[in-house]
Ligand binder design. Structure first.
Ligand code: AMP
Length: 221
């Protein structure tokens, strides 16, 4: 996508398992702006055993939200880096009203603003199936699904040929319902917040991934 009208500072919202990570990765390639996933950042912190990682692990395993303080500091630091100068796609942040307000403040201090907030909608009933079947290549991160997208050759990544795959620790039936609850209670209130600012677009995410990408591109050009 090369439309000159393409937004530069974007938020992709939607329930867990709704496909925002996959779509954000695609947009990163098409728009040439970085994909910032706070879930990925936290998982990296947990894997590295940092102080933040140690604090976040139990909260994430329970499907609850990590504190606003940690998240806001993480995003402030990450968006100050050089590669964010051209813009970014936020995936998984903000997730609470205080986070959204902190983001507005952070951008205002730099004379910047958000260009668009896109919600990828998927009914709850479909999310459990989508989340509990997913796995990714341990080497390149390509996403797969037990039911919807198996590798072409069983046990071998289509993209990089690796034979190692991983499943997220929080992609279990028990944790998914806690994550959905957190989404409806704490994150869904952000929709009217962004609608009131005239930034919100909604896209039906309960379809083939490519159809969703086409709609996203339409909204952004
Ligand atoms: P995700 O990969 O976006 O599904 O995030 C995985 C987990 O990381 C969530 O269930 C939360 O525990 C935590 N997390 C990620 N982003 C945030 C955020 N913006 N605020 C609070 N917790 C977050």
């Amino acid at each position: 996508m090369s439309g000159s009208g393409a937004g530069k500072r974007l938020i992709l919202m939607g329930p867990p398992g709704g496909g925002k990570g996959t779509q954000a990765k695609r947009l990163q390639e098409r728009l040439g702006i970085v994909h910032l996933s706070t879930g990925d950042m936290l998982r990296a912190a947990v894997a590295a055993g940092t102080a933040v990682g140690k604090q976040a692990k139990a909260v994430m395993d329970a499907g609850k939200l990590v504190s606003d303080e940690i998240l806001v500091a993480m995003i402030a630091e990450r968006t100050a880096k050089e590669d964010c100068a051209k813009g970014f796609i936020l995936d998984g942040f903000p997730r609470t009203l205080p986070q959204a307000e902190a983001l507005d403040k952070l951008l205002a201090e730099k004379g910047q603003k958000l260009d668009k907030v896109i919600e990828v909608t998927v009914p709850d009933a479909r999310l459990i199936e989508r989340i509990t079947g997913r796995f990714t290549c341990a080497k390149c991160g390509e996403g797969y699904h037990d039911k919807f997208k198996q590798p072409r050759v069983a046990g071998v990544c289509d993209v990089c040929g690796s034979k190692e795959f991983i499943r997220r620790a929080d992609d279990t039936v028990e944790t998914v319902s806690a994550r959905l609850k957190a989404y409806h209670a704490q994150t869904a209130p952000l929709l009217p917040y962004y609608r009131a600012k005239g930034l919100l677009e909604q896209i039906d995410g309960d379809r083939d991934m490519n159809a969703v990408t086409i709609d996203l591109e339409r909204v952004l050009t």
